[in-house]
Design a binder for this molecule. Structure first.
Ligand SMILES: [Fe+2]
Ligand SMILES: [Fe+2]
Length: 157
């Protein structure tokens, strides 16, 4: 699968879960926590393949994306720390929903920048075959993604 198509599919999956959380306003804390755990799982695997494969490839092959990639890693940093805080926070805590809302806002902003500002540059610079090859590597690498978001490169940067 084309690397950018794969990443955009992930973005859609996560957006669906965000909507599910937003609709679950009156659900029990346990039910909300279940959705957040799914979000954490999806986002961690997604950030992993971006950080390990897609971002380095973009920087290496499309030098003009450098600043965008660096900013994206900083955004991942914020998101993975929010995920780890949410993992430790009681879903009945009054701060829980607020923290999830900030997580969602951060990710939506991040996805928009990726899709609007710099993925198109990578697409035109790399071309079909390279994107296909990258996509295949990324699909396989998902299986190696850590469960703990703080194991991601961006958590330590
Ligand atoms: Fe990203
Ligand atoms: Fe992404």
């Amino acid at each position: 699968m084309d690397a950018i198509v794969l990443l955009k599919e992930d973005h859609k999956t996560v957006e669906k879960l965000f909507k599910e959380f937003e609709k679950a306003e009156d659900a029990s804390p346990k039910e909300k926590q279940k959705i957040v755990q799914k979000i954490a799982h999806e986002l961690t695997a997604h950030a992993y393949i971006e950080e390990e494969i897609f971002y380095p490839a973009a920087r290496a092959e499309v030098p003009e994306t450098d600043d965008h990639v660096l900013e994206s890693v900083e955004e991942h940093h914020v998101v993975v720390w929010l995920l780890s805080e949410l993992d430790k926070l009681d879903p009945a805590d009054e701060r829980y929903d607020a923290k999830v809302t900030v997580l969602i806002e951060n990710v939506r902003h991040h996805v928009e920048e990726e899709e609007q500002e710099w993925f198109p540059k990578v697409r035109s610079a790399l071309g079909r075959n390279k994107l296909q090859e990258l996509g295949e590597r990324m699909e396989k690498a998902k299986a190696d993604a850590p469960a703990d978001p703080l194991k991601l490169l961006s958590a330590r940067q």
